[in-house]
Design a protein. Sequence first.
Lengths: 76, 779
Amino acid sequence: MNKLLSEFAIGESGTVVKVTGEGAIRRRLFDMGITPGAHIYFRKKAPLGDPIEITLRGYELTLRKAEAAFVEMKLD
Amino acid sequence: MEMLRFALAGNPNSGKTTLFNALTGSTAHVGNWPGVTVDKREGICKKGSESVQIVDLPGIYSLSPYTPEEVIARNYLLDERPDCIINIVDATNLERNLYLTTQLLEVDIPIVVALNMTDVLEKRGDDIDEQELEKRIGVPVVEISALRDTNVPLLISRAIEAAKTPRGATSVLKASRLYGAIENAEIAFKLAEVDSPLFHAVKLVEGDNLEVETHPKEAQAAKDFLAKNVSRAWEFGSDTEAEIADARYKYICEHFSPTLKRSRPVKKGELTRSDKADRILTHKWASIPLFLVILFAVFHVTFSENFLYLATIIPPFGELCAELSGTTMGAIFFAEGLNSPGAILFYAMDALTASIGNGILSVMESANASAWAVGLVYDGIWGGISAVLSFVPQILVLFLCFSILEDSGYMARVAFILDRLFRRFGVSGRAFMPMIMGFGCSIPAMANTRTLADEKERTATIRVIPFFSCGAKLPILTAISGAIVTFFGIGNAEIITYAMYLAGMGIALISLILMRNTTMRGETPPFIMELPAYHAPRFQNLMIHLWDKLKHYVEKAFTIILVSCIVIWFLSNFGWNWKMAESMNDSILASLGQLIQPIFTPLGFGSQLGSWGWVFAVAAVTGLIAKENVIATFFSLACALLTAAGSGAFSGLESNPELLAELLALLGSGEGSEEGVLEAVAMISATGATVPALLSFIVFNMTTIPCFAAVATAKAELRKGTFKWTLLFWLAASYLASTAVYTIGSWWWTAFIWAAVIAAAIAGVVLYNKKASQKEKRL
C-alpha cells in the first residue's frame, strides 16, 4: 500500500518510492538519505504533533509534516 | 618550501571539532569565512614528520549549492585547492557519512578517510574491515578515535604521504546510465582546462544551480546530450538530481556497507541508550515541562543568590550565610544564601574591579592629579572597563551552560519540541533558544544565533533578542515599579515587573511577525535536521569555545565599547565651556537632554513634565553604557536637583514628609540605595510623571538600543548593511511601543485608535505581500 510519509502512524515503517517537491528542500531530503529504496521507521511526533522523527540508514532525522508530504512511501 | 595545507571535511556531529582540536591544540584561531558569519578555524598540526596547516571546513552533509556552509566548503576545495582533504567519517553512521565522501572523491585532490568513533563501534561488538574499505574506496582509510586521541599521528603521516602524490578524481557513478553524459561533459571541461573536471561534470548533469550559472555553455551541451542519449531517464518521472543521489547511496550500500560486520542484526525499533533518554526528553507530555526545568536550572546556576535554595531549606545554614555575607570575602560567596557559581564569579569580579579602581584613585590622588584627570581615568575609562568586565563572569557561565546543552545534542531536541510553536512567528524552533538566553544577557544570545541556517531568520532574531529583558535591565524594572507602588500607593511591584517582562516578549513576537512579512520576508526555513545521539560534552571543546568567545568580547570591549563610554562620560561631566561641570545638571548631556525633551512628549516623559523632565532622556542615554546606569543617573540627578532647588525640588512629596525625610537622608549619604526605589521616587516627585509615563519609560528602556556591549555584538554578528537598519529598528520599535503604552494608559479609548492603526498596518502588509508574491510569480 502506498501512502505519504506524513500520513504514517507512530511505529509504522516502509520504503521510499519517490520524492516529489523541488529545489533546496528536495535536494536536502536526498542528501540526508531519503532516496528511493531507503527504509524508514516512523519513530515519534513532537509534543505539538509536528515535526516528526524518523529512523533511516541507522540514524535519527527530524522533519516537518509539510516536508514529509513530499515523500511517497510503500508501507511494509 | 611552503607548508602543506590540509582541509578537514565531514558531516556535522561526526567529531570534526574534536579531531581539529586534537590535531592543532593551542595553535588554533577562529575567524569568519569572508562575507558570512560562519566560523573559520585554522591551526598548525605538528604531530607528523613536518608541520602542516589545517583548515576546518564547516560541517556539511553534501556539496550541494543551497546552504552557506556547503558553498563555503565547495568553493574552498575548488578555488583554494588544499594539498589533501582529511575526510572524517562517523563509523557508527557509515552510509550517510560516506555520501559526502563519494562527492569529495570527484574532486582531484588527495583524500584520506579518518574513520572516527570506531571505539564506540567495537563496544557494540561491531567491526569495520578498514583494509577492505580502503581497497574499495581507493583512498587511505585510518581508524581513529578523535576523543581518545588514538591513531591521530598515523592519520597525519598518511595524509602527508598522500599529499605528495597527485590523485585523479574517481566516481562511484560509473554504473549509472547518466555516466555517458557525465563523461561527455568531463571531456568538455578538460578541453577548457578547468580543474576537477569530473566534479564539475557531475554537478552539471545534476542540474546544480551554481554550476549551470558559471558554465552556461557546457550546461546547454550536457542538456542536449541527455535529451538525445538518455531520454529513457525521463520516462518514469525521474530526474538527474534524484538519480545521482540514488546512485551514490546504492553504491555505498552495495560496496562500502558490507565492510561493516555486525555482531547481531539490528532489530526494528530497538532502543539505544540515547533513544531511552529521548523517550523522556522528547516525551509527549514531559518534554516541555522538562525543558522549562532545564532552562530554570541554567538561569539558577548563573544568577541565583540562594543556590539550590539551601539557605531556605536549612535555616541554620541561612543564618550562617547572613552572618558571613557581612565580611569582605564572605560577600563574594554569600548574599541571600549561598551564591550560585555565576553569582560568585560576578561578586569576585566586582570586588576585583573595585579594589583596582580604589588603587587607581589613591595613586592619582597622591600624585595630586587634577579633578578632571581623576574623573577621566577613574570614572570615564575605568568606569567603562569595569562596566564591561562586570558582565564577563555571568556571560561565560551562561555560555558554558548553553554550550553543554548544544554539544550534548539536547539543543536539537529543543528545536524539535518547539518548532511547531515558533513557526507561527516565521522562525524555526532553533530561534527559541537564543531568544530565551536574552533574558540572561543579549551578548551570548546574539552570538548563539549562529546555529540558525537562514540569514533573514537570524537577522530578525538578533533584532528582537534585546526585547527579552536581560538581567541588567531588571534594576530599572524593580526601581521604577517599586517607586510607583511607594509614591502612588497603587499596585504591586512584582506584578508590574512581571507584566513588563510579558510586554517585552509580546513586542518581540509582534516585531518578528512584522519583519518576517516585510523586510525580512522569506519562507519559514525548511526543517530537516539530524537528531544526533546524545553524548557527554567534551571538556576541551567547551573550554576552547569559551576562550574564543571571551577573546572576541574583550577585543570589542577595549575598542568600540570603551570609546563610547568615554564619550558619554565626557558629555555628562563637562559643560559647554569645556570645563568640568559642578553637577550633571550643568553638563552638555543635560542641555542635550533639554533639547531632545520634546521628542519624548508622545511617550509621556517629554515636554509635559516641565523644567526637570529631561532627566528621563538623560538617564536613557547613560543606560547605553550599561542599563544599570539608568538608576545610578537618577541618584546623581536627584543630588543635583537638591543642590539646585533645595528640598522644594521634590514638591510632589509635600504630603508625605516621612518619605521626603528618608529621601533627603539618602541624598545626604552620598550613595544610592540598593533597589533604587527612592531615587526613582525623587524623579517622580520632581517631574510629576504619571504612572503611564513611568511604564512607558520602562518599555522604552527595555526595547530601545541595548547597551554598547550588546550593540557591538550585534554589529559583529549581522550581515553588512543590516546593522544601521537594526539601530533604526530599535529606536522605532521602542518609540512606538512606549507611545502606545503611554497613550493607552492615559486615555483608555486610544486603544481603539491603536487597534485601527495596527489593523491598517496588517492590511497593508498583507496587500504588499500579495503584490510581491504576484511579482515573484511573474518573474
